[in-house]
Design a protein around this ligand. Structure first.
Ligand code: GTP
Ligand code: MG
Length: 203
């Protein structure tokens, strides 16, 4: 899919304040600093559409972007920022989990995990929560430019081994890098196909 337009629409502090729309929507979520905003910019070929930062916790609101005048991307606040206060963390829970739970037009969520790290409990727990709530998601490994092939497959195997305890069928995994654009086609193809299915379903 070619990206012809991508514009920032709105920052919202709750699901109720998000744009009212029935257009298909895709959310990006993951630990603070995992590379959510960078991945969004890479997908839409814009350097600064979503604000990125080397300081974790940059995205604290739900940011909506309207793509090709037909579908939305939502950049969600990151979880698991060690320096966040208890108050901030429960606010995160309310904002992001509330959104994920209630957003009617949300078709798929991309759960980002850092490909350089061994499986993190916080990510495993979050995916299990998604499973319990039956919210469809894809696991996206970020920053793969930092590793060689064997390191990446080792980490993925590690994830799969752990996840098999909980999941009867594992979710889809996609390898990405905002640096070298790995995974771009795969994600955009998925979105294109899902948009079409949604159109058919609405008819
Ligand atoms: P919060 O909004 O704070 O939760 O962070 P985020 O998940 O949106 O991360 P962001 O995109 O701001 O990126 C965090 C840091 O990781 C920045 O310094 C990015 O340059 C770096 N980064 C993101 N993606 C990649 C990648 O694919 N490769 C490399 N090498 N660095 C990346
Ligand atoms: Mg961000």
């Amino acid at each position: 899919m070619q990206i012809k337009s991508a514009e920032f629409i709105l920052s919202s502090c709750s699901n109720e304040k998000c744009p009212r729309t029935s257009c298909p929507e895709y959310a990006f979520i993951g630990r603070s600093n995992v590379g959510k905003s960078s991945l969004i910019n890479m997908l839409v070929d814009k350097k600064n559409l979503a604000k990125t930062s080397s300081t974790p916790g940059k995205t604290q609101m739900i940011n909506h972007f309207f793509i090709n005048e037909g579908w939305y991307i939502a950049d969600l606040p990151g979880y698991g920022y060690a320096k966040a206060s208890k108050d901030q963390r429960s606010k995160w829970d309310k904002v992001s989990r509330g959104y994920l739970h209630k957003r009617q037009n949300l078709l798929t969520t991309f759960v980002l995990v850092d490909s350089r790290l061994v499986p993190q409990q916080i990510d495993i727990d979050f995916m299990e929560w998604m499973g319990e709530k039956e919210i469809p998601f894809i696991v996206v490994f970020t920053k793969t430019d930092k590793l060689n092939h064997s390191e990446i497959s080792q980490n993925i195997e590690h994830y799969k081994t752990i996840m098999k305890d909980f999941w009867e069928e594992l979710p889809r995994f996609i390898m990405t890098s905002a640096e070298n654009k790995a995974g771009k086609e795969e994600i955009l193809d998925f979105i294109e196909k899902t948009n079409k299915e949604y159109e058919e379903f609405k008819k």
